[in-house]
Design a binder for this molecule. Structure first.
Ligand code: DGL
Length: 268
């Protein structure tokens, strides 16, 4: 059995951890939230790359054999370097699901809500360039949304107002599909439904990412069949008590079934 590290700038990656616990409940996980430094999406590329590498090295030192970079922004800016530096560890990243969205959209008009850093990145633009030109993508940076989600305000009036502004160009363009291109945004599902109704399809890639994680464990011969539930350790650079509380509130998984604990990151 492997110890799996899941890392995000904050609580966004809990959307990936939630799916991982659903598909792989028997595995042990360390969830690392760098909430002290969230949001990453408006920071310099070099900073994001350095910090993401530092935190993945921390997870490697804790004994993680697989690391999920559960952050679109960190994946876009840092995954290449992380893979070079941590050669012996399988590193799985997340990217906005623009490909499945293009395949699913009936009108061929897709909204992409992601951080500015993700939208500006070479990695995202290279992915975009691989898709056939018939689909129109309306790219929108979700500035200001991550701090509200980090503050536990995913459903507040303030969030609804800001989200409405960000979704306006996507709505005006007539998109029938919306890519949630930041792992924090699945926690806005309720607010998005309130604003856009049920007719727009929401694409998030957590299921596909965890399928990839499962395949990796299979490759490493570490996929165990057991009805025991594994350990989940929550580590935060800001406040581990509030991280655990947020996890209990936001995740659908029954954390009580797991051996859970939390601790401070203890790095600068
Ligand atoms: N959750 C992150 C992502 O998927 C980062 C958000 C941020 O820190 O700006 O992009």
């Amino acid at each position: 059995m492997a110890l799996i590290g899941v890392f995000d700038s904050g609580i966004g990656g809990l959307s990936i951890l939630d799916e991982a616990l659903r598909q792989l409940p028997e595995q042990d996980f360390i969830y690392l939230a760098d909430s002290l430094n969230a949001p990453y999406g408006e920071k310099r590329s070099e900073w994001i790359a350095e910090r993401s590498l530092e935190l993945c090295k921390y997870l490697a030192n804790q004994g993680c054999e697989v690391i999920v970079v559960a952050c679109n922004t960190a994946t876009a800016k840092a995954i290449q370097q992380i893979r070079i530096e941590l050669k012996d560890i399988a590193i799985i990243g997340v990217e906005p699901g623009i490909k499945p969205a293009a395949m699913q959209s009936v009108k061929g008009i897709v909204g992409v809500l992601a951080t500015q850093a993700t939208l500006n990145s070479d990695k995202f633009n290279a992915l975009l360039a691989t898709l056939p030109g018939q689909c129109e993508f309306i790219k929108q940076a979700g500035a200001g949304l991550v701090p509200l989600i980090e503050a536990g305000q995913a459903d507040s009036e303030e969030t609804l107002e800001l989200l409405a502004k960000h979704l306006e160009p996507i709505q005006d363009a007539g998109a029938d599909t919306l890519v949630l291109g930041c792992t924090h945004y699945p926690f806005l599902r309720r607010a998005i439904r309130k604003l856009l109704g049920d007719s727009i399809a929401l694409i998030d890639t957590s299921e596909a990412v965890v399928r990839q994680l499962r395949r990796q464990l299979e490759l490493q011969d570490q996929l165990i069949e057991s009805n025991q539930h594994g350990k989940v350790t929550f580590v935060s650079s800001k406040d581990e008590v509030s991280l655990l509380k947020m996890a209990q509130e936001l995740m659908h998984s029954n954390l009580e079934m797991h051996d859970i604990s939390s601790r401070a990151l203890g790095l600068a």
